[in-house]
Design a protein. Structure first.
Length: 71
């Protein structure tokens, strides 16, 4: 499953760090974060998608604690 979410991130450097962190998560097959369009794209197996998204939110908040992901 591949889904796109709106994300509020403050700088391009943070977006790049978040993307790297998300790609390393177990269950994520692909991910991309665009600072310019403020979008997060996550690809993960259907049966684990909700659990993977919880980990994605945690990983992004470790980089930038005040980021918002609109699920």
């Amino acid at each position: 499953m591949r889904k796109t979410f709106r994300i509020e991130v403050d700088c391009a450097n943070c977006a790049a760090k978040m993307e790297t962190a998300v790609k390393k998560l177990d269950g994520v097959t692909d991910a991309a974060i665009s600072f310019m369009s403020q979008k997060l794209v996550v690809e993960a197996p259907d049966e684990r998608f909700d659990r993977v998204m919880k980990d994605v939110v945690k990983a992004c908040r470790r980089v930038e604690p005040d980021c918002e992901i609109h699920l």
